[in-house]
Design a protein around this ligand. Structure first.
Ligand code: KG4
Ligand code: ZN
Length: 360
């Protein structure tokens, strides 16, 4: 079994953090997308300022929707549904997308569906451009969703059934990269910069802890790595001394290697424990070149299928929201446009007991 999508255009709206992103997806094919990134706005603060993010979403959301529909050559009433990220995320930022989506759904008389941001990341592996063949990804699959806000392993049985297997106990992997990069003086978000600088570095020069030493469950931890990175940096440049370029590249390579090793080890352990033989990898950090290479290699060594989300749909985007929304609508999902709420934290989706029908 794989994911099924609605045959018809679905609009996806993403405003959970610092991208105002909108796309139209038709049967898994991304036919138009526009992303208004706020990264340059937040860069001067060294991270995302929630209230600044909501205000900028408000300014850009309608022009971004309009531009996406124009690129898709559609008007609102041509759509088969509207999907919007309603959880988890920054509450003010989420509200802008949710209120806009609810209004448009009522005005255009369309079904609306609220989408879980992390579940949507996991769906990105199924997306494709109009000239690409549909990836034949079998379900159930093991999903690694690794971003600036989340690092989770999930067993994915279908669009409505993603079960958490393990997650970071503290920082997300992307957050650990961004915070270390900030100490190195790299611009926000530092993940892509570290990826780039690490290519010139020696990843064996510095030893960094690889997370959950002594534990063999599916929990992860990146705060020890972050502290070790800060301490190493303080030892290398006492009194604010400058780092030479090679040392900086070696630090990036060694730090990145520790983060990647933990992600790969835990993902392979999850595959072994769950018996799932297909792995999908998504989220902003899934754009990392070393993580992509190492996961593919580790999966190949074990005879597992590894599907990496296309790089352009790893960081936050509207296509993944439209994609999961389309799959949820195809499975009969639908929310009430007068009642859909934004939820900053997302509790585990209630599971329906197949025998009793009771939600738990
Ligand atoms: O998925 P995303 O856009 O937002 C969240 O849902 O958090 O992920 C953003 C994160 C940031 O931490 C950023 O540094 C990281 O993804 N990132 C990368 C790369 N590209 C983006 N980390 C490592 N290597 C990359 N190439
Ligand atoms: Zn994200």
């Amino acid at each position: 079994m794989s994911l099924s999508f609605v045959a018809g255009p679905v609009l996806g709206i993403e405003t959970s953090c610092d991208e105002t992103a909108v796309a139209v997806v038709d049967g898994g094919v991304v036919i138009a997308e526009v992303i208004a990134t706020q990264i340059p706005i937040h860069r001067r603060f060294g991270g995302v300022v929630p209230e600044v993010a909501s205000r900028n979403h408000l300014l850009t959301i309608l022009p971004v929707i309009e531009q996406t529909l124009t690129e898709a050559n559609l008007v609102g009433t041509d759509l088969h549904g509207i999907a919007v990220t309603n959880r988890p995320g920054l509450i003010g930022a989420l509200l802008v997308g949710v209120q806009t989506a609810k209004t448009l759904a009522l005005v255009w008389n369309l079904p609306i569906i609220g989408v879980h941001h992390i579940h949507a990341h996991c769906t990105a592996a199924w997306l494709r451009a109009p000239d690409e063949a549909a990836p034949q990804i079998a379900l159930p699959a093991l999903a690694l969703a690794v971003s600036g806000g989340h690092t989770s392993l999930l067993a994915m049985y279908g669009p409505t059934d993603l079960r958490p297997l393990g997650a970071t106990l503290d920082d997300a992997a992307g957050e650990a990269l961004d915070k270390f990069g900030k100490l190195l003086g790299l611009p926000y978000p530092a993940g892509p910069e570290i990826d780039h600088l690490a290519k010139q570095g020696d990843d064996t020069r510095f030893k960094f802890p690889d997370g959950m030493r002594g534990r063999d469950d599916l929990a992860m931890s990146f705060s020890g790595l972050k502290t070790a990175g800060r301490q190493r940096l303080e030892a290398l440049c006492p009194n604010g001394a400058a780092l030479d370029n090679q040392t900086r590249a070696d630090l990036c390579a060694s730090y990145q290697r520790a983060a990647v090793q933990q992600l790969v080890t835990t993902t392979m352990r999850a595959a072994e424990r769950s018996g799932l033989r297909t792995i999908v990898v998504a989220g902003g950090v899934a754009a990392n070149s070393v993580l992509r290479r190492e996961l593919e290699q580790a999966a190949a060594d074990r005879g597992l299928q590894c599907w990496l989300a296309p790089k352009r749909w790893c960081t936050d985007n509207g296509a993944m929201i439209a994609g999961l929304g389309s799959a949820l609508l195809a499975a009969g999902g639908r929310d009430d446009a007068t009642k859909l709420d934004a939820k900053p934290t997302a509790k585990r989706q209630p599971q329906r007991n197949t025998k009793t029908g009771v939600r738990s």
